[in-house]
Design a protein around this ligand. Structure first.
Ligand code: NAP
Length: 463
């Protein structure tokens, strides 16, 4: 090919940026990268998922900004695949496509009452306190004193911390103003954290549960009887993280109820069976006690015992994992909630690879792993891309590779796209708003506000 390879990356979260980095850093192939995001803002879950009291984790943004400043990188924000641009358009303008679309929705419990008012997904709550435009308008009835968080992964820890934390400790962060205001009025006192398996199988990281145990306003309360391990669970302690968790939980359980105003009641081996209503809204959660049995697939699984109890809760947050959503025209494994692939090469149901199409991050492997996990994962996909390009497995002959072809197409369609330098203007406006409010940043929480901020700044420059 006598022109640079043209690559489109759909999604600007960690996996997308790590793919861009791996592509742009290599020296052997001339290429250019265009990154698309449906929002005017980049960084995916680093902006919309990482909790406001975990600012250090957001330091990775500096790495992504360096990638964005590399030659041959362009950002097209506010461009939604399926609305503003189609997969067929991308296929017509790029040699290779990378889906870095994450896992945008959440899994359900599949129990009666789950749709009652007062039931929410962790995804909604996280998006809401982080000012994600999709979740701006949600209302959470924080006048309830007792709430349940179902699932005990790190997202559940984030949700619990934000519910239990003293809001004054969040006020200087980039938490969305509407969320801070609502949390200040919150009457939540008891948070039940519900794990369906035992302490040795908990999905939270040691650092995350220890943070829960260190909150200024809440006691982490655990019944020591819940920490008695069966033989299979004792085997699970060969995992150092599981051992650390169990040791920590044991050290906490002996402290009893404590004296802080709020209580986080961590329970094990219970599964929600039904959300019970009063006056048409969530009033209680019926739980089934589980026992742990060997799973033929490995490890242990929870099986209901037929023994039930009811806990009074006015809000239920399910935090049982994220799930991908299909992109029209792109293969999707509905059961696993991700794009079927072989080492990042997108696969058809026939198992044949779709030429020139790749996947990274949660869309590739499912919603697991920390931000850094995505680096090696994206590097592996990029390796496959470069191998395929070297082997001529791209459909370049039919590609319209003119540099202005895509921006022209978007302009023709009147898509108000946002470049990376445009984003930096929005970024600057958010930082300035933050400074005025005594916060790190005051996010714009509606797409219209972001675009208006950009236009008003541009207006000022031209004056
Ligand atoms: P996760 O780690 O997979 O945890 C999901 C939890 O939901 C598990 O406790 C799981 O229990 C439980 N669960 C699943 N289905 C259930 C059901 N039907 N009923 C009851 N419980 C059920 O997922 P996540 O918390 O959404 O986190 C996603 C990824 O992001 C993880 O890799 C996490 O570490 C990462 N993350 C990291 C941070 C951080 O480092 N601060 C913050 C947020 C997210 P089982 O174990 O029994 O399946």
């Amino acid at each position: 090919m006598n022109r640079p390879l043209r690559v489109a990356i759909v999604g600007s979260g960690p996996s997308g940026f790590y793919a861009a980095e791996a592509l742009l850093k290599q020296k052997d192939v001339a290429l250019s990268v265009d990154m698309f995001d449906r929002l005017p803002t980049p960084y995916g879950l680093v902006r919309g998922g990482v909790a406001p009291d975990h600012q250090k984790i957001k330091a990775v943004i500096a790495v992504y900004d360096r990638v964005a400043s590399m030659p041959n990188f362009r950002f097209f924000g506010n461009v939604k695949l399926g609305r503003d641009i189609q997969v067929s358009d991308l296929r017509a303008h790029y040699d290779q496509l990378v889906y870095a679309v994450g896992a945008e929705t959440d899994r359900h419990l599949g129990i009666p009452g789950e749709d009652l008012p007062g039931n929410h997904s962790a995804t909604e709550f996280v998006g809401w306190y982080n000012g994600h435009p999709d979740h701006r308008e949600h209302q959470f009835d924080l006048s309830q004193e007792s709430v349940a968080v179902v699932g005990i992964g790190n997202v559940a820890m984030d949700v619990t911390r934000i519910l239990a934390e003293d809001p004054e400790r969040l006020k200087g962060t980039d938490i969305a103003a509407h969320a801070l205001e609502a949390l200040r009025r919150s009457r939540v006192k008891t948070i039940y954290l519900l794990g369906r398996r035992g302490p040795a199988q908990a999905a939270f990281s040691p650092a995350e549960i220890q943070e829960i145990g260190s909150l200024s306003e809440a006691d982490l309360v655990i019944d020591p009887r819940d920490l008695q391990l069966d033989a299979a669970s004792r085997e699970d302690l060969s995992d150092p993280e599981a051992k650390k968790n169990v040791d920590y939980l044991q050290s906490r359980a002996v402290r009893g109820e404590g004296s802080r105003a709020k209580k986080i009641r961590l329970r094990f081996c219970v599964s929600p069976a039904e959300v019970l209503a009063q006056n048409g809204r969530t009033a209680a959660l019926k739980l089934e006690k589980n026992k742990l049995v060997a799973d033929p697939k490995g490890g242990v699984k929870a099986v209901g015992t037929g023994e039930f109890e009811t806990i009074p809760v006015g809000l239920v947050f399910r935090s049982v994992g994220y799930r991908g959503i299909p992109i029209p025209g792109v293969p999707f494994d509905d059961k696993a909630g991700k794009i079927p692939n072989d080492g990042g090469r997108v696969l058809l149901p026939t198992k044949a690879a779709v030429p020139g199409e790749y996947v990274v991050g949660w869309a590739k492997r499912g919603p697991s792993g920390l931000i850094g996990t995505n680096r090696a994962d994206s590097v592996a996909t990029v390796k496959a891309m470069l191998e395929d390009a070297a082997a001529g497995k791209v459909t370049s002959a039919s590609v319209n590779a003119a540099e202005d072809a895509v921006p022209s197409l978007l302009r023709e369609r009147r898509v108000d796209f946002v470049s990376f330098s445009d984003w930096k203007v929005i970024d600057g406006a958010e930082l300035a708003r933050g400074k005025a409010a005594g916060k790190i940043r005051e996010k714009f929480t509606r797409v219209g506000e972001m675009l208006a901020a950009l236009k008003s700044a541009a207006g000022r420059v031209s004056v």
